[in-house]
Design a protein around this ligand. Structure first.
Ligand code: UT7
Length: 332
């Protein structure tokens, strides 16, 4: 029996039907398809509509689909971690709501918030539980209803974000595949540039906070852009070098989809070709905790057992990092 690694053994995504196009946004704020496309690469984003629907409404269908496609009995799932910055409510955790609605009666669950790096933080956390040998099946949900914290009168942020849900199954393996290495970083000083001002314990909701629009995303785009480009590229190159992966040996980089220019700069620094990068930002925008798994889900058919893959993210906090994994299965 070799060393136990945690492997992704199934992935699923779920996006709402409604597509908010650049053209429709141009009727809501002073923007244009041309500006959004050239500055961000985004053409459309999905929006979850309907009273009473929240992030769990994105996570539940993603988990149900995952259980079905991997023929997993919900009662066999040990644990669920929900990576999100837009929980259904302050408490209880959205993970608990998702677990209850998907029949995970034997799982314990909690939420994890590392802004746009939430998925790679959650994946790394889940991997530790698998590697101890104690847990056999863990689901990581990456889901965000970003439209719930976006100010649709602020052109600087409303064009960027979208809603999506994903679910990833992790299981133990000793087959030489799975999560090989992770590098995660945090710098709380980044808070100044990207945060949500009110609604937490420092500034609970009041009429004033609502009037001042302090429950929406506050982002200093250019400052965040500079940190994102440098740190996402640095950490991606670092994990490549640490694991002796040459550019031609990498099957795919799966970058957080915040801005096409950040993705392209990261790929350039890694010395890899466009074909080695998963990009779907044009269709979904920045779905925060869901971007990376949404890519893996869309590319699943093309992946082969043993493929070298690097996941890389940068987000509010600041948080950033990279995960190196060897894909664990052939889809076809
Ligand atoms: O995922 C979590 C981490 N977040 C990120 O990684 C986001 C990083 N930042 C970015 O992706 C970019 O900074 C943005 C996409 C947010 C903004 O792009 P930018 O190229 O940095 O634009 P900017 O903020 O420097 O604004 C340039 C101009 C400004 O006008 P003036 O002052 O030059 O007249 C803005 O007011 O573009 C204007 N502008 C817009 N114009 C049309 C800002 N938003 C828009 C818009 N449509 N939607």
């Amino acid at each position: 029996m070799g060393v136990i690694k945690a492997a992704i053994t199934g992935i699923n995504g779920w996006v709402p039907e409604y597509v908010l196009t650049n053209e429709e946004l141009a009727t809501m704020v002073d923007t244009s398809d041309e500006w959004i496309t050239t500055r961000t690469g985004i053409k459309g984003r999905r929006i979850l509509r309907g009273n009473g629907s929240g992030t769990s409404s994105l996570g539940v269908p993603a988990v149900k689909g995952l259980l079905e496609k991997t023929a997993t009995d919900p009662l066999d799932v040990d644990m669920l971690i929900c990576a999100t910055v837009t929980p259904d409510m302050q408490f209880p955790a959205t993970s608990n709501i998702i677990s209850a609605k998907t029949g995970l009666k034997n799982a314990w669950s909690y939420d994890l918030n590392a802004a746009c790096s939430s998925y790679i933080y959650a994946l790394t956390t889940a991997a530790q539980f698998i590697e101890t040998g104690k847990y056999k099946k863990i689901i990581v949900v990456g889901a965000d209803k970003m439209s719930s914290i976006v100010d649709y009168t602020d052109r600087a942020t409303c064009v960027i974000f979208g809603d999506a849900g994903t679910a990833t199954l992790l299981e133990p393996t000793n087959d030489g595949v799975g999560i090989m290495d992770t590098i995660l970083r945090t710098d709380g000083n980044g808070m100044a540039h990207l945060h949500q001002k009110a609604g937490g314990s420092v500034k609970p909701a009041t009429h004033q906070t609502v009037d001042a629009k302090e429950h929406f995303i506050y982002q200093e785009g250019q400052a965040v852009f500079k940190f994102a480009v440098t740190n996402m590229a640095d950490v991606s190159v670092e994990i490549m070098e640490k694991n002796n992966i040459k550019p031609e040996e990498l099957a795919y980089l799966v970058p957080h989809q915040a801005n096409l220019r950040i993705i392209e700069a990261t790929a350039r620094r890694m010395g890899i070709e466009k074909e080695q990068v998963m990009i779907n930002i044009q269709r979904y925008g920045n779905t925060t905790s869901a971007t990376i798994p949404l890519c893996l889900w869309e590319w699943e058919d093309k992946l082969k057992k043993g493929d070298n893959i690097i996941l890389s993210a940068f987000g509010g906090g600041f948080t950033w990092g990279a995960v190196y994994l060897k894909w664990a299965y052939d889809s076809n």
